[in-house]
Design a protein around this ligand. Structure first.
Ligand SMILES: [Zn+2]
Length: 384
């Protein structure tokens, strides 16, 4: 706990904003029955210093109004911070994160998950930056009009671009100029390599694990890990059981398909009755199916941190939980942000020193963010 409490702990991905908007969830909740991963109490118990709240727009149900949903989710994070000014604050910079840490408040940052949110408009990208968004994942599981995704790369019905289009490259450079961190989680392999070739600042994988250990197409190969290290970036390990445990991934595949069918049936039924479907309702169905599979051991999660530290180096690994976005499917013992100190304990048990652990817990992300800010200032000075 001494190490945990001396660190600025940063998690780069939580889907809690879906709950803020769809369930009116209050982050100040102390309800013991709440199965959510994030609350101010849970964050405090785990000494979580900064959270990048995910601004994720489901691309099918929000077809035609991606920007509106993006705005609603952004608003929801501000509203939570406004309701709890003594325990939480909006943060837009490294300096803000450090100030929040000193004041024992949770720093709330925002990252857009999926380039479709910008509706192919570079001006909208700049507006999101002005509203405080500090990273953007170039794609979610859906290929958009300028970046291929790993989620549908094998689907012949989807029009692909062989990575990033020229506009996609322009988006990356504009993010560099603005000081918005480029996030390569979810993207197709070719999109990753195109991004690495184009970006002028370090990138992050906000919530990705290692493919050598768990063969999910959305995890990163060892070559990619080494490329992120060379780029000065950081890979933040995703806690989702299906991305950190190969046995779980294999078992969950058929069950995931059954859950998908059940969700589709539910959506059609609601549609026929003229009702909309919320993320919470979908999560509820997913959870029912997921509960049929035994949770993998805690060790699986730590194996991924360890592997990335060995392949990319200890300066290039961090935490990207995917809290509140995985239907409760995390390894045993990882039930909420309050359990983050268990990672510190596990790393100590494996021989990691305090300084390296502090880097993994948040120091590496802070270094990348600082460098992104520096590159941005430099690019803006050059354009004057
Ligand atoms: Zn995601």
């Amino acid at each position: 706990m001494a190490i945990q409490n001396s660190a600025i702990v940063i998690d780069t991905h939580a889907d809690t904003p879906q709950r803020f908007v769809d369930e009116n969830f209050d982050i100040g909740s102390t309800d013991p029955r709440d199965a959510g991963h994030i609350s101010l109490d849970k964050a405090q118990r785990g000494n979580l210093g900064a959270e990048f709240f995910s601004i994720w727009v489901e691309p099918e149900t929000n077809q035609g109004h991606f920007a509106r949903r993006t705005m609603d989710l952004i608003d929801s994070v501000y509203e939570q911070a406004a309701h709890h000014p003594d325990r939480m604050m909006m943060a837009f910079s490294v300096a803000d994160i450090e100030r929040a840490h000193k004041e024992h408040r949770l720093a709330a940052l925002m990252g857009i998950e999926g380039g479709h949110s910008i509706e192919n408009d570079i001006r909208l990208l700049r507006d999101y930056y002005r509203l405080g968004v500090r990273y953007m994942t170039l794609s979610w599981s859906n290929t958009n009009e300028w970046a291929d995704s790993s989620g549908d790369i094998d689907d012949p019905k989807v029009q692909h671009h062989n990575g990033l289009t020229d506009f996609g490259k322009q988006v990356v450079l504009e993010m560099n100029r603005l000081g918005m961190i480029v996030d390569i989680s979810h993207v197709a392999d070719k999109t990753f390599w195109d991004t690495i070739a184009v970006t002028k600042a370090p990138v992050i994988a906000s919530h990705s694990s290692a493919r050598a250990l768990t063969n999910a197409p959305r995890n990163m190969t060892d070559d990619m890990l080494r490329a992120v290290a060379k780029n000065g970036g950081v890979v933040d390990v995703n806690f989702y059981s299906g991305f950190v445990d190969e046995d779980y991934r294999k078992t969950s595949e058929p069950i995931g398909k059954q859950a998908g069918d059940a969700i589709k049936a539910f959506e059609e039924k609601q549609k026929a009755e003229g009702k909309s479907v919320t993320y919470a309702e979908i999560e509820h169905i997913q959870r029912e199916w997921a509960d049929k599979i035994p949770r993998p051991p805690f060790k699986s999660l730590v194996d991924h941190i360890d592997h990335i530290a060995k392949i990319a180096g200890v300066d290039h690994v961090g935490l990207g939980s995917d809290f509140d976005g995985v239907s409760g499917q995390t390894p045993q013992g990882m039930n909420s942000a309050a359990d983050l100190p268990k990672i510190t304990q596990a790393l100590l048990d494996r021989g990691y020193g305090a300084e390296d652990i502090r880097k993994i817990l948040g120091g590496n992300v802070l270094r990348v963010f600082r460098e992104v800010e520096r590159v941005s200032h430099e690019m803006q000075a050059q354009s004057h």
